[in-house]
Design a protein around this ligand. Structure first.
Ligand code: UDP
Length: 403
């Protein structure tokens, strides 16, 4: 069902809603277009499916386009994604060529007449060179850019420099070698989306049954694309340690994003590693894309984990915190902005599997501690990480650029 800003009154209050309408008034009739490379299966798609309709609801004609690419293109951009987060890459001329070609092709049939263009992440970054400069272009980068591969960054920088503004998620990601205005806007989640809205116990039970997830033991869950940076393999080791002390189940739920050709392979690796546990359903792997299932899983779990090695922001953490769940997560990237250790969850160094397991065990054994952390976390999310705050940040940005 279509959501409108008014629906959020009961969650954030009239002041916040009134302020958004006030700021939007100065932008009536303006047009903006977002471009990314997948409609589902990751944080960017999640944010856009919430924010784009809301922009339209308050009088800004916002569009959303998806860059089409071949499997080759997505293979390359996935390598770019990994290398921008610190991996090495063999940056050949053919890779550069295929990357640029997909962008050039898109520009031939995708006309841009909007007042502002917002490009998400590296896949559509070079589009900027195919259009006459008539409006501000914003590069919204969602990943952790604190340690990018040097060669790749040099190559991409020639496009990045053309942008009017870069939006990053954290001060830690500031591009010190890039003389382009950089603003920090933290991501946010939509409390009324199917993934986050309140659902009944009956619906939770129905979805767990449909996906064959028993509830006779405590459940630990990670919701994440199957990806080496999400480190599902590391979680299997942690689960083994936890299971020696508390009999429980691990659910790993991760759909395969359109723009992520490595996920199938990584999924297979995880499956092989967890093989014995999968046979007796102590580890359950799910690859379906289903928002209500994610919602149900987050609500039914005793502990939510996020074992990422890198994390631009980590909306899955936000989603769990909103649902008052105790979270044990790696002390990396955007997760650090969301959890304060011991108050709203637990942070653990990503290579310390023992400590990670200990925190999970602690929470499984101590439900009242889990409850307190979850309640504290809920308040933090309500204050800082809801889509209404993100909408206001976007309005401020648009006001400065095209108001
Ligand atoms: N997600 C989902 N199904 C899955 C895996 C992930 O709906 O099987 C969603 C998840 O709930 C979250 C987003 O995709 O909203 C992932 O965002 P996050 O910032 O955590 O990570 P990213 O995938 O962008 O690296």
């Amino acid at each position: 069902m279509k959501r409108s800003l008014n629906d959020y009154r009961k969650i954030v209050g009239d002041e916040v809603i009134g302020e958004i309408y006030r700021r939007a008034r100065k932008l009536y009739g303006k047009t903006a277009v977002h471009v990314n490379s997948t409609y589902y299966g990751g944080g960017v798609a999640e944010i856009l499916s919430g924010i784009v309709p809301l922009m339209n609801d308050i009088g800004i004609a916002a569009g959303w386009r998806m860059l089409r690419g071949t499997p080759d293109f997505f293979n390359i951009t996935k390598k770019f994604h990994n290398a921008l987060q610190g991996n090495s890459i063999n940056l050949t001329e053919i890779k550069k060529k295929l990357y640029l070609q997909a962008n050039a092709a898109f520009s031939t049939y995708s006309h841009i007449t909007h007042d502002c263009v917002i490009i998400h992440d590296p896949q559509p970054l070079p589009l900027i060179q195919h259009y006459p400069r008539k409006q501000p272009w914003v590069w919204r980068v969602h990943i952790d850019l604190s340690n990018p591969n040097k060669d790749l960054w040099e190559f991409l920088k020639s496009y990045v420099l053309k942008y009017d503004v870069i939006i990053i998620s954290s001060e830690d990601y500031r591009l010190r070698d890039t003389p382009v205005e950089q603003r920090i806007i933290q991501p946010a989640i939509d409390p009324l989306s199917p993934k986050n809205m309140k659902i009944s116990e009956k619906d939770i039970a129905k979805y767990l049954k449909k996906f064959n997830i028993p509830t006779d033991k405590p459940i630990i869950t990670q919701i994440s694309r199957f990806d080496r940076f999400k480190d599902q393999e590391g979680l299997i080791d942690i689960f083994r340690i936890v299971k020696e002390e508390v009999d429980c189940r691990l659910v790993l739920c991760g759909s395969m994003a359109l723009d992520d050709p490595e996920s199938q392979q990584y999924y297979e690796r995880t499956r092989r590693k967890a093989n014995n546990h999968i046979k007796n359903r102590d580890v359950i792997l799910i690859t379906s894309e289903n928002n209500i299932l994610v919602n149900a899983l987050q609500r039914v779990s005793n502990v939510i984990v996020q074992k990422s090695l890198r994390e631009g922001f980590g909306l899955t953490v936000t989603e769990a915190l909103l649902k008052k769940k105790p979270v044990v997560a790696s002390n990396v990237g955007g997760i650090k902005m969301q959890i304060s250790d011991g108050e709203t969850g637990f942070l653990v160094e990503p290579d310390d599997r023992k400590a990670f397991a200990q925190r999970v065990i602690e929470l499984l054994k101590n439900p009242s501690m889990a409850k307190t952390l979850g309640e504290n976390a809920h308040e933090v999310v309500k204050k800082n990480f809801l889509i209404t705050r993100l909408l206001r940040d976007y309005l401020d940005l648009l006001q400065d650029l095209i108001g």
